[in-house]
Design a protein. Structure first.
Length: 367
């Protein structure tokens, strides 16, 4: 088994020669950063700390980063403001949780465009233009976006079983994301917005009928199974979660080009590690949920209606905002390009080819 240490060590060795160069003694004091993640200490130890450790090791004394976990400096919902002001120098978060003011905020969760799953996201960023879109949008607000990663889909922990759209009617569900909420409301449910730390108590007291938050292992760690009886599949509202590493622009510009390169490589390597890690942990948590809760599944007729309604939402949002249109166009072009290979590989690999929204309509709205 590849350990985290071996994975990150290998990534560093594979980088440019600057990473393998002998340590350079710096006469000046190291630059010191404060970096906060959206994740609590247990999760952050697994998905954020490896990046910080790798960056500190690679920086060879020029940069020292101190890691803070969720809410230790500022509340998660204020992360972006703190980053922009320079109260903190770096952030690891999804775009929505940190209240990003950019048009890409709602894509912190890729809801039901039904790409394969989280493994599609690196392709979209590195080969289909999302890296450039994110970089451009964050540059407008004084932030350097340096890396993106992805996790598994989110699912609902619910008080009552949800096997069809009829079961969804009137349900008050904690859902993150503006577009996910729009979809839920169109389907007959009701979006309730709240911070992750409020979910357990709200479920326990009956304030909400169900909630999604993160990957199965994170939901399990949050104890949702203790205050609900059911775990609803599939994750139709959010087929993958997208996270990134963002740096205050002034802090980034203060680094040497060499250290910037090392930071970029370490962040990219850790994003890949976190994807592999959560894939494994999701499998384990799914089994755990099945042991104490009843796992339900939406019927095929309801899933088809969800896809149809999702297409409507995607087209609406795309034509309201050119940046959203560009992001959706990237995903749709990827699906179109990938469809023949996906079909050739079925049924043994690569998921399904969804009946998605109108590609040409999205393309027109992106121009």
């Amino acid at each position: 088994m590849t350990t985290r240490r071996k994975f990150l060590k290998g990534a560093a060795v594979a980088g440019p020669a600057t990473l393998a160069a002998p340590s350079i003694l710096h006469a000046q004091e190291p630059i010191r950063w404060r970096f906060q993640t959206y994740a609590g200490s247990a999760l952050g130890e697994e998905v954020t700390k490896p990046a910080i450790d790798a960056i500190n090791a690679a920086a060879q004394g020029e940069l020292e980063i101190e890691l803070f976990y969720a809410d230790q400096i500022v509340p998660t919902g204020e992360l972006f403001q703190a980053l922009q002001r320079g109260t903190i120098d770096g952030v690891h978060s999804d775009d929505d949780s940190m209240a990003s003011p950019t048009p890409v905020r709602s894509f912190g969760g890729y809801f039901p465009l039904a790409t394969k799953h989280a493994l599609d996201v690196p392709v979209l960023f590195n080969q289909y233009g999302l890296t450039e879109i994110w970089a451009e949008e964050y540059a407008k607000v004084g932030v350097k976006h340096i890396s993106a990663g992805s996790w598994d889909p989110c699912h609902f922990a619910t008080k009552d079983p949800i096997n069809s759209l009829a079961d969804l009617q009137g349900k008050r569900l904690r859902v993150s994301g503006l577009e996910q909420g729009r979809l839920l409301n169109k389907l007959g449910g009701s979006q309730v917005s709240m911070a992750g730390g409020e979910i357990y108590q709200s479920l326990e007291r009956g304030v909400i009928d169900g909630a999604e938050f993160s990957t199965p292992n994170v939901d399990w760690s949050g104890g949702f199974q203790q205050v609900t009886g059911f775990w609803a599949t599939p994750g139709w509202h959010q087929s993958a979660s997208v996270f990134g590493v963002m740096i205050n622009k002034a802090s980034w510009d203060a680094l040497s080009a060499e250290t910037q390169e090392k930071l970029q490589i370490a962040a990219d390597a850790t994003m890949l590690w976190s994807l592999a890690f959560t894939e494994r942990r999701a499998n384990d948590a799914y089994k755990q949920f099945g042991e104490v809760n009843e796992i339900t599944r939406m019927d095929d007729e309801s899933l088809a209606k969800i896809q149809e309604t999702a297409n409507e939402v995607i087209e609406e949002v795309a034509c309201e905002n050119p940046t959203s249109a560009k992001v959706y166009l990237s995903q749709l072009e990827y699906l179109a390009d990938y469809s023949s290979w996906r079909s050739a590989s079925a049924p043994f690999n690569l998921g399904r080819n969804p009946d998605g929204p109108d590609l040409e309509k999205i393309r027109a709205c992106a121009e």
